[in-house]
Design a protein around this ligand. Structure first.
Ligand code: GTP
Ligand code: MG
Length: 194
């Protein structure tokens, strides 16, 4: 699968607007501003296919992209952003919850976590919830370029411990340098429809 053969499909504000479940979905989830949209741009090798922002709360709907005729990539709104109204937060949360629990073709949730910080409770809760639902997930520790190699290893080990993972279960990544891109592509291509 060539992730560069990608096209924008639609932006869904309600579950009823999702495309027919023809291809497997890979969804990208994580805290607001963690770098979900940037990771997607890097994955498909486009600087600006997905809108990014230095301000949290940029992605507000489920944005669908189709890769070749084999895979949907789904950019999700971020969680944990206190600055939007409670009503907005709850409507995004509701949409994500409904999406993850009802989408029959959801193949994998990429859980994106900031490598610079300690594990946040919401990240832990997301992983626990995906385990409970038996939904495949792939943790990606991003913004690695902001740390030395030594600090990357230290912080990754702490996140691994917090999530009860081993190093094989996750990827250290940077949207700026492309670190981890090959591993990410090879892990995700396993979910494509052949
Ligand atoms: P929301 O849609 O608001 O939830 O945010 P998001 O998770 O999609 O984050 P987005 O990709 O918009 O990136 C947020 C900010 O982090 C932007 O200023 C990006 O340039 C920056 N950023 C994202 N990934 C990286 C990375 O790997 N390294 C560095 N240095 N900056 C990054
Ligand atoms: Mg975004």
């Amino acid at each position: 699968i060539d992730f560069r053969k990608v096209q924008f499909l639609l932006s869904a504000h309600a579950i009823g607007q999702l495309p027919a479940p023809v291809y497997p979905d890979i969804a990208f989830a994580g805290r607001s501003n963690v770098g979900k949209s940037s990771l997607l741009n890097r994955l498909v090798d486009r600087s600006n296919l997905v809108k990014t922002s230095s301000k949290p709360g940029k992605t507000q709907s489920l944005n669908y992209f189709l890769v070749e005729e084999s895979l949907y990539l789904v950019d999700l709104p971020g969680y944990g952003y206190a600055q939007v109204s409670q009503q907005t937060r709850q409507s995004w949360q509701g949409l994500i919850t409904e999406y993850v629990t009802t989408r029959s073709t959801l193949a994998c949730v990429v859980v994106i976590i900031d490598l610079r910080h300690e594990l946040k409770q919401l990240d832990r809760e997301l992983v626990d919830w995906l385990r409970y639902l038996d939904t495949p997930y792939l943790p990606v520790y991003t913004k690695a370029d902001k740390l030395s190699r030594n600090q990357q290893m230290k912080n990754a080990a702490a996140l691994d411990a917090g999530l009860t993972l081993t190093a094989d279960d996750r990827i250290i990544f940077s949207s700026s340098t492309g670190q981890g891109l090959d591993s990410l592509r090879s892990r995700l291509s396993g979910f494509a429809r052949s």
